[in-house]
Design a protein around this ligand. Structure first.
Ligand SMILES: Cc1cc2nc3c(=O)[nH]c(=O)nc-3n(C[C@H](O)[C@H](O)[C@H](O)COP(=O)(O)O)c2cc1C
Length: 303
């Protein structure tokens, strides 16, 4: 059986598959189930100093297995969520990555609190809902990095206008990237009703799931060609072969959200097992054998 273990950001991962921040990891029960059913790490739902208040409905299926959502961050208080995360830490032995947002002040406060109360293995911060200028996001990265000792990961949004410049300029302040968040705003609705399906303004939402995969894969590959810090690939992964493509395009690890919303926490372990089968079937003995394979091939072609 192929070896799925790796060390990324100085952390040992038993396999490269883990949740992406979303409703699939909004409670300790869901995070503990993810760990128990074969995930390589636990990642939490994003939370902030002020609880979110989302317009209902927050999710609607769209074309080609995709999902539109207008869910923002956690709707519970950070004090309650810290207790949930303490339960996760006590119950699971795999790495714990906690997702937070949004301002420089928020992430410094929450980062210090997490290190004191939870000791997560890494902290991921979201760059959604923070505008389209690079400088304020660099200030958030710098603020978190200077407040904590654990690795800091910047989660990138695919609609950001200068995504590659942002990643390059942020690289000195972060230990890695998570690419990508959902894409939007985007729209779908039932023409019989001719009315919004989501509770948001204009009924618009963020696109995730299979239609996002080629966009996410393209971004991961371009980023891997220009930054040297590790990237966690995310967007549209439904099976082991999808995950293999991200690893070949330059990702070191992968995350999934929409598939876990549809299928439940067993999706992470299923996809890890499928990666192992794919490696066995194609004559590889470890995930290190396939990492960057596509990236290296196109770099050779471009030389
Ligand atoms: C309902 C929903 C809620 C989400 N909430 C968050 C969040 O709180 N923080 C975050 O960084 N990303 C959030 N995401 C984005 C996912 O983590 C992921 O980046 C995106 O959905 C693409 O992956 P997927 O196609 O596997 O779902 C959310 C996605 C969905 C569908």
């Amino acid at each position: 059986m192929a070896d799925l273990k790796s060390n990324v950001f100085g952390i040992d991962f038993p396999n490269p598959v883990m949740p992406a921040a979303g409703p699939n990891v909004k409670s300790s029960r869901l995070m503990i189930e993810a760990a128990a059913t074969g995930s390589g790490a636990v990642v939490s739902k994003t939370f902030s100093v002020v609880p979110a208040s989302d317009p209902r409905p927050t999710m609607k299926k769209t074309v080609a297995g995709g999902l539109l959502n207008c869910e923002t961050w956690l709707e519970d208080s950070y004090e309650n969520f810290i207790t949930e995360l303490q339960n996760v830490k006590a119950e699971s032995e795999i790495p714990l990555i906690v997702s937070i947002g949004y301002s420089a002040e928020d992430v410094a406060f929450l980062g210090r609190l997490l290190e004191k109360e939870i000791q997560p293995d890494a902290i991921e911060f979201s760059t959604h809902y923070t505008g389209s200028d690079i400088q304020p996001l660099l200030a958030v990265a710098e603020s978190l990095k200077s407040s904590v000792n654990v690795p800091v990961l910047m989660k990138l949004s695919p609609g950001f206008p200068q995504l590659e410049e942002l990643a390059q300029e942020a690289e000195p302040f972060v230990d890695g990237f998570v690419a990508v968040n959902s894409f939007g705003p985007a729209l779908d609705f039932n023409p019989v009703k001719a009315a919004p399906s989501l509770g948001s303004d204009w009924g618009q939402g963020w696109l995730s799931g299979p239609p996002l995969l080629p966009i996410a894969l393209g971004i991961v590959c371009r980023l891997a060609g220009i930054v040297s810090k590790p990237i966690i690939g995310v967007g549209g992964i439904t099976c082991g072969t999808d995950a293999v493509k991200f690893l070949m395009a330059g990702a070191s690890l992968v995350q999934l959200c929409t598939t876990a919303i549809h299928e439940g926490p067993s999706a992470y372990g299923r996809i890890a097992a499928e990666i192992s089968d794919w490696l066995d079937d194609n004559g590889y003995s470890s995930i290190d054998d396939i990492k960057n394979l596509y990236l290296n091939n196109i770099e050779n072609r471009r030389q």
